[in-house]
Write a protein of this length. Structure first.
Length: 320
């Protein structure tokens, strides 16, 4: 009998749901707009309806399928013990305080439900089927509309007091830098996220509409784009060097839309990070692109069903 899990990835712009097996293969999937402006209750209802459609599609996905449970990854800081949103930014208005796990369990009482931060879920995907396979100590960075992070130490996600650990995009790389929405100044997110790249270009009075145009021009050798990306790469390397010195990881896995700039981007980050990192630390680490791609969030959300032991889900320890 084929074992499947429902995975859901909740972002500021879209909800991605899928039926996934224990090897990370997707059998059925759908994407729909989050419509976050309609409020948290509306978003939650869209999530629950999407899960229903995934469950209804299971018999068509496989003649004999057993549903293991429902795994959800969401933007924002997630209290892993309760599956509640501890904090979310304005891209998901009113999302803070949403009881994702409780409301899902109410609708589907016969299935276990696990809820975590979306980048933590992506890290699970990379650990089980991706670039971090076989690794016990690594960091995931997702460079997109913001910068998300996940820290894996001795095979387990580092969660902190309530699940908020890994907010690596809000580590400052310039204490005199611009004010961030988190309250700090000069956060990495202000320099190496999509909007951060666009901000640097705008403040330089360069005629780029968005970060995508900056990156395309940079890859084509444009001198103005080179000036922008020089700042981006130095800021990102400064942050990554700090993470390496703090956590001594085997790898830093870099994904997200910005990282899709490709090998030249990663090569530039490697070179600059090496210049900023002690030789022993650098020798022990690799900087690698994420392997699970744009499906990492939904695959990792589903793979939680096979990733965690019962004891760990109860908060009693257990292997990651």
């Amino acid at each position: 009998m084929l074992e499947l899990s429902v995975g859901v990835d909740i972002g500021g712009t879209k909800i991605h749901a899928a039926l996934v097996d224990g090897q990370g293969r997707i059998y059925v999937e759908e994407k729909l707009p989050t419509d976050s402006a309609k409020g948290a209750d509306s978003v939650m209802e869209r999530v629950l309806q999407s899960i229903e459609r995934m469950l209804d599609s299971a018999p068509r996905a496989a003649q004999s399928a057993a549903i293991q449970g429902i795994g959800i990854g969401s933007a924002g800081q997630i209290d892993f013990s309760t599956g509640t949103v501890a904090f979310a930014v304005d891209t998901l208005p009113g999302w803070t305080g949403t009881r994702i796990k409780a409301r899902t369990a109410e609708r589907f009482p016969d299935l276990p439900v696990i809820v975590d931060n979306d980048v933590n879920c992506a890290a699970v995907a990379e650990q089980r089927i991706g670039a971090a396979s076989g690794l016990r100590n690594f960091i995931c960075l997702a460079l997109g509309t913001g910068i998300g992070g996940a820290i894996i130490a001795d095979g387990k996600l580092v969660r902190g007091t309530y699940g908020g650990a890994g907010e690596l995009g809000h580590v400052s790389v310039d204490f005199n830098g611009p004010r961030c929405s988190c309250g700090n100044r000069g956060c990495l997110e202000l320099y190496a996220s999509g909007p951060g790249i666009a901000r640097i270009a705008r403040e330089g009075s360069f005629s780029f509409a968005d970060s995508r145009q900056v990156i395309e021009a940079w890859l084509a050798g444009d001198s103005q784009a080179n000036q922008v990306m020089d700042i981006v790469i130095r800021a990102l390397a400064s942050g990554i060097s700090g993470f390496i010195h703090t956590f001594n990881p085997e790898a830093v896995i870099i994904g997200g839309g910005v990282a899709e700039a490709g090998e030249r981007f990663l090569h530039s980050i490697r070179q600059e990070t090496e210049r900023r990192t002690s030789a022993a630390m650098w020798k022990a680490v690799q900087l690698e692109p994420a392997a699970a791609g744009n499906h990492a969030g939904v695959i990792g959300a589903a793979l939680q069903m096979w990733h965690y032991s019962v004891l760990e889900l109860r908060g009693e320890g257990g292997a990651g």
